[in-house]
Design a protein around this ligand. Structure first.
Ligand SMILES: Cc1cc2nc3c(=O)[nH]c(=O)nc-3n(C[C@H](O)[C@H](O)[C@H](O)COP(=O)(O)O)c2cc1C
Length: 306
């Protein structure tokens, strides 16, 4: 059975619901040697900041049971080098939408980034990283407070008409309150979740496993939390397009997020395990839909029987 994979996040139409998550796919070009990146629904860039950042000192990655702890600290080339050196490749792609992930230490920085990138050809929208757990200033601060979330989204909304998708932090008690604030600020869609603040210890040396002590946990270990949050937000805000992520390794994992109400998904840590995971999920999602006798993958969205 032929299955239609097209989906939309409101005004943003995707050829399929499989995106690659920020920080796990570089700027796209690195993976183009390994997979056909034109087959992806969307590419989300590493978080971009106004100035280049070297990130945190090593060690900044540690493998945990069913997951990965990272404290990269938003290492990136900075907005000007991004436009000059990374956009020409991204702009040349025909299939995937290009979403640039923005990170700032202040509201003014997010606004300046959006303003600077708004006129750049080839960018389909922005994912606002208001949920990075690995920065001293900014980042997660915005995403754990409804008033700050509303403020940063509203201020960015004023300087761009492009698709705008805040990325929510799971490090909160009430994810629905943050989601509502982001929508109130003018979000077109929401992505969730970023990593969960966590730590790992070397008992022999009596030291933390990573230099910053705390980091962000990703991978299969966090999938049940991510599913719960997507489900909660989709029930509270059924009209808002959601993008689900956290621990997706297979098409079945991706389908679970769609059933909980996500219209699209992102593949993150899994690309480190096997760089072909994202494109494999595109094919396997179609097979899953056919098995379920569903002709359009979008019909799976929110189809959880509960
Ligand atoms: C090494 C690494 C770097 C990351 N860098 C970013 C980043 O720059 N910006 C961002 O919004 N999320 C970043 N993330 C979070 C992922 O995009 C994603 O939200 C998270 O890892 C959960 O998905 P997963 O379990 O599929 O990896 C990073 C994750 C990892 C593992």
């Amino acid at each position: 059975m032929a299955v239609a994979l097209r989906t939309n996040l409101g005004k943003l139409v995707l050829q399929n619901p499989v995106m690659v998550a920020s920080g796990t796919f570089g700027y796209g070009q690195e993976y183009a040697r390994l997979i056909d990146v034109n087959r992806l629904g969307a590419i989300i860039t590493k978080s971009i900041t106004l100035k280049p950042r070297a990130g945190n000192p090593p060690p900044r990655i540690w493998e945990t049971a069913a997951g990965m702890l990272n404290a990269i600290g938003l290492q990136n080339v900075g907005v000007e080098a991004f436009i000059r050196e990374k956009m020409p490749f991204l702009r040349s792609l025909k299939g995937p939408k290009i979403l640039v992930n923005l990170a700032g230490e202040s509201v003014a920085e997010y606004v300046e980034l959006a303003r600077r990138l708004d006129g750049v050809e080839g960018i389909d929208g922005f994912e606002l990283n208001i949920s990075c757990p690995n920065c001293d200033r900014g980042g997660m601060e915005f995403g754990v407070d409804p008033a700050l979330t509303r403020q940063v989204v509203r201020r960015v909304r004023r300087v761009t008409t492009r698709f705008l998708m805040p990325k929510l932090s799971p490090n909160v008690t009430d994810i629905v309150a943050i989601a509502k604030a982001a929508v109130d600020g003018g979000a077109d869609a929401l992505s969730l979740i970023n990593t969960i603040v966590a730590m790992a210890v070397d008992a022999r040396r009596r030291t933390p496993r990573i230099s910053t002590v705390k980091g962000g946990l990703s991978g299969p270990a966090i999938k049940p939390i991510a599913l719960r949050m997507v489900w909660q937000v989709s029930r509270a805000l059924p009209q808002v397009p959601l993008v689900g992520l956290g621990g997706i390794m297979t098409a079945t994992d991706a389908a679970e997020f769609l059933l909980c109400g996500a219209r699209a998904v992102q593949v993150g840590t899994a690309s480190y395990v096997d760089p072909t995971t994202s494109v494999r999920i595109v094919d396997e999602l179609a097979a899953y839909a056919a098995q379920q006798k569903v002709k359009q993958v979008s019909r799976l969205v929110g189809a959880l029987q509960s």
